[in-house]
Design a protein around this ligand. Sequence first.
Ligand code: ATP
Ligand code: MG
Length: 374
Amino acid sequence: MKGFNKISLRSRLTVLTALVLTAVCILLTLSLIFTYSSKMVKVPDNGLISQPNMLTTQISPREKNEVHSTLNKPSDLALLSLLYMLIAIVAGTVASYFIAGKALKPVSDLTESIENIDESKLFQPIIGFGTNDEVARLAASFNHMIMKLGKAFEHQKQFAANAAHELKTPLAGIIANIEVLQLDENPTVTEYKEVIDDTLENAQRLSSLVYDLLKMNSALDEEHFEIFDAKEMFDDIILSLSESSKAKNIRIENNISNIPLFGERTLLQRAFFNLVQNAVKYSKSNGKVVISANQTDDSVIINIRDAGIGIPENELDSIFEPFYRVDASRSRETGGSGLGLSIVKSVVEKHKGRIYVESEIGNFTKATVILPKN
Ligand code: ATP
Ligand code: MG
């Protein structure tokens, strides 16, 4: 049976048809021979043939001879039937080989079309299968898959281009500073210090970018899952953001009490840090950021609300895309690369949670994260 699976579909169909045909022909031939021999008429010497419900018929000696010669030779009849049977089997097998070839032609056409796809038209759909049969459906599924792969590929390309661009900016800054210093024949200590400060800043930016890129694609390690206190985590976050919040005189209120979180603490802390950092970064001076939480039987809901510049409604879906910034020049000024929210989304989704953002331009932005309890 293993060898049978190795031959082409067309040959397989032909062999199966030949088998069925042979079985049917043998049955028919046997039943024919059997019927003939049981109904064979014995002609007595007086030439009178008598059968039930029939009048007795007198046949002439010549007719008697004919009857003898045509019907009373069972071996001839069997041979003839077997010959016809063989002819029927051979003719049927040949015909089925051609019919199978015709029926399978769309399959070989589809195979050929797929084989002809080269690198230059990798994501072009295959055409010419407009019927409504199985092969057309297979072609449609193939095209659907090609379309999805094409989109994912475009996405990856865009991501790589954006990442390269973001990495290029601080690198260009470092190179430019060093070149300026090289041109100066007698640089002062202050000039050296300025270049070093600038280089350090750019290097830190590079390092945090690389860290973010790695985090975005890192797999979740469920062995490191733990239960920890949400209020404590947000206190740590507020502390690490104290410099920037003080600079804009923004008060961050942590209204959470007694809410446990379950997951990889470092990852979740990083995600919530990004959300609170955004709330501070995009708040007007002297504003307020409020962090609150509540829980249901199976999930914890955390809200981070600021009274900041807000996000246009038509951009609310895009802000989770890597490197997306509502106002690119402004975000760059504040040191953002547009990876913050995509990291949040990826971390929350890895914890089987959800995130959504509501906002009103010039009024408020509220991020809601829903995490399962376990
Ligand atoms: P990064 O977080 O990588 O330093 P970023 O803050 O620009 O840079 P995201 O955190 O991904 O990037 O945010 C994407 C964009 O969404 C921001 O550039 C900003 O325009 C907008 N945004 C995010 N949070 C807020 C907010 N709380 N208020 C107003 N706009 C926001
Ligand atoms: Mg951010």
